[in-house]
Ligand binder design. Sequence first.
Ligand SMILES: *Cc1c(COP(=O)(O)O)cnc(C)c1O
Length: 450
Amino acid sequence: MSTKLEGKSVQEWIEEYPLLHKLIKMDEVLWVNPHYNAKNKNTNLSISNISEAAERLQRFAPYIETVFPETKNTNGIIESPLVEINKMKKAMEQAYQLDIHGTLLLKCDNDLPISGSIKARGGIYEVLKHAEELALEHGMLKTSDSYKIFASPDFRQFFSQYKIAVGSTGNLGLSIGIMSAELGFKVTVHMSADAKQWKKDLLRSKGVNVIEYPSDYSKAVEEGRKQAEADPNCYFIDDENSKDLFLGYAVAASRLKKQLEEMDITVDEKHPLFVYLPCGVGGGPGGITFGLKMEFGEHVHCFFAEPTHSPCFLIGQMTGLQDKVSVFDFGLDNRTDADGLAVGRSSSFVGKTIGNMLSGCFTIQDQRLYNFLRELADQENIFLEPSALAGFFGPIQLASQKEGEKYLTNQKLQTNMDNATHLVWATGGSMVPEEMMKEYYRRGVHDNVE
Ligand SMILES: *Cc1c(COP(=O)(O)O)cnc(C)c1O
């Protein structure tokens, strides 16, 4: 650990930010963001950018409905259910011997159509946007056309001249690969070592070129970027820097608002909304946070969840080092069963854009992911992949840690907690093969891991 980071040694960083002691030991921590609500000069994105993305998805809806019939009942809109999980709430209260005040909801992105994870939001959106741009540019399309024509042989033929590439730990590759291949693109997915075999197999069965790396996610992205740059017909989807991915994720917020209204759930000064989002590079949870802040302002409180072995976003935010630091710099190994969150270096674009909107971050150990997995299956018959369980520790940490209590007091939330809504964002799971899910389930135990 002798590297210098922005002129300071690792030891100096640890002295400046004592929470790093615990992070290095892989203790589970809750970090509250001291820059929460500070003025932000780092973004020129606004709600109109999100509306534009929502309108684009609307234009594509007739096409999506045509090629992915599982989206028929939402008329080609890729959206997931929002459900109350009261039995799970009771089980958590019992296991952890505390009260979770208010209502516990689950946002079921595990059930998102087409690719079964949160990546079906940003990933598919960016592919569609690129396809639209190419089609307009080459006179194939007028915006007044029905986008059903994207399913025609002419369009598939046209897109087959073009390539799309992406680096991924698995789920982003799945979303981009499936969507790009359906449109007719030649698509290459650069997979990190964490990526599960079944995801690679599935992609290959759809004609996607999968390149495997023995290293982690950052390396897969770097290689993908390099190879794509050498080819003018290749479009690289850049998980670390893409505004389009970010905006695709952000569209979730206005739709969630509608779902909450339909459930008669109020969000205002007296009815705070807490949202717990599993975080890898930051794009998914960051985009959603950005959107939620546009919809609910100070009444929504967003917390990110990371594995104890990969707390890159927390470290990047806390130190302000953003993508200039990786978890390896502090001796962590970025090894976790939460493959969707196995990222050692966060996105500085996302970190800067939402740096003042984020309430805090917490970490969770892998065993606890399995315990939540089993409990959720037993109580609610909902099966998630390990990454997707990370948010469940949020309401518990908020209620049990001193830092959490301080946050609630400082934000003047203590008296309104009985009216609170806690929303855990379930980010993936429906595509996991049954055998593998059974194995995950077996790893869970009922008591908590203190
Ligand atoms: C990718 C992913 C996340 C996190 O999204 P990032 O954009 O990497 O922060 C969370 N859960 C699952 C299941 C994922 O695949």
